[in-house]
Design a protein around this ligand. Structure first.
Ligand code: SAM
Length: 345
């Protein structure tokens, strides 16, 4: 894990940058705009529950996001639940595309989706001002894919969505795949070929204890080294240099320079020391870490009538208290009360 600076300044808002008590600059906000999802991926959801948390009005998300942007957030990723289910998404993207950071620059606007509705929405999203999408896909063959999502016909829908996003210029197009041993780890080499054939960046993500049920064990995680070794046996990989300190993925290209894969290894090679993220849940709570045990009710304060200054101070103070790191795999580790789908991945 990258070292955490020992500096412990108060949250620095005067320079319009959000800095936590470990010296990390927080410039990346993930916002869940709905708790609903049209997939029931077996490693994420039990299949017994639907949405568990309310959603806010689009105007309310916009007001909250503006507060963060005025404090120095430069990158906003819209997520869920499944964000493409949300009415008003295009209007939200249009408004976000008009915002400027304190440096006067447009936001880096991204969205994470399961891709099911992307074939129709890719072009309108691009036109509205979205820069990039990440599509979650956990298999490259239809039967395995549909066994995971529990939605018949989903594979062809998502492939159509991926191609529509690429054609609309929502690039570089990233495909995120969560690997589980004995379940879809036989897809690793197929995904590497898919990255090259479809001209997309495939990123493998280690499975984290954030599921609704109790599936996670250390043994089910397929670690970074194993993924690299397995692909390398068939197609030699060449490491690529990181583009920024807070980059979560270790990036590799292939020996012939065609294609890119990445591996996000929060379990075997945690990157908390370089974390630049904070999250806002669909019901307007700030989460300073995926594994936070506490949530901070920003929306409640807005509803109670706090003004922009009071809300901004609350955000800065909350971010100042961001956890140093997660404790996955350590004795006494506690799963957070919300699972990934209800936090916003
Ligand atoms: N519906 C959208 C989607 O499919 O991308 C956004 C929400 S989904 C929960 C966000 C991402 O979290 C997906 O890529 C999913 O695979 C990932 N995810 C869910 N549970 C996870 C877990 N326990 N560990 C790692 N990633 C997980």
């Amino acid at each position: 894990m990258a070292a955490i600076s020992p500096v412990a300044p108060a949250a620095e808002t005067s320079a319009r940058r959000l800095i936590d008590s470990h010296g990390r600059v927080i410039h990346d906000l993930r916002v869940s705009i709905t708790d609903r999802c049209n997939y029931k991926c077996v490693y994420c959801r039990t299949g017994e529950y639907g949405a568990q948390y309310p959603e806010l009005g689009i105007e309310e998300y916009l007001r909250l996001i503006k507060l963060f942007v005025n404090l120095g957030i430069e990158k906003v990723r819209i997520t869920g639940g499944e964000p493409l289910l949300r009415q008003g998404l295009i209007e939200l993207i249009e408004e976000l595309a008009r915002l400027r950071t304190p440096k006067g620059e447009p936001l880096d606007l991204a969205l994470t989706t399961n891709g099911h509705l992307l074939d129709k929405l890719a072009q309108p999203l691009k036109t509205a001002g979205l820069n990039r999408v990440t599509v979650s896909m956990d298999a490259v063959d239809a039967p395995t894919f549909e066994r995971i999502t529990r939605v018949p016909g989903s594979f062809n829908k998502v492939i159509a969505g991926v191609r529509a996003a690429r054609d609309a210029g929502l690039t570089p197009l990233k495909i995120n795949c969560v690997l589980l041993r004995g379940f879809n780890d036989n897809e690793i080499e197929g995904f590497a070929r898919f990255a090259r054939e479809e001209n997309v960046v495939v990123r493998f993500i280690e499975f984290m204890p954030l599921e609704e049920g109790r599936l996670w064990t250390p043994e089910i995680v397929v670690p970074l080294k194993e993924i690299v070794d397995r692909i390398g046996r068939e197609m030699p990989l060449v490491p690529m240099p990181p583009r920024e300190a807070s980059e979560t993925a270790r990036r590799y290209t292939f020996a012939d320079g065609v294609g890119e894969i990445g591996i996000i290894a929060p379990v075997s090679q945690a990157f908390c020391g370089a974390c630049s993220r904070v999250r806002l849940t669909s019901d307007g709570k700030i989460r300073t870490c995926l594994f936070s045990q506490v949530e901070h009710d920003l929306y409640g304060r807005m509803r109670a009538g706090e003004d922009e200054k009071e809300l901004s101070d609350y955000i800065a103070k909350t971010i100042n208290g961001k956890e140093a790191r997660h404790h996955i795999g350590e004795p006494g580790f506690l799963k957070p009360s919300r699972s990934m789908v209800h936090i916003g991945g």
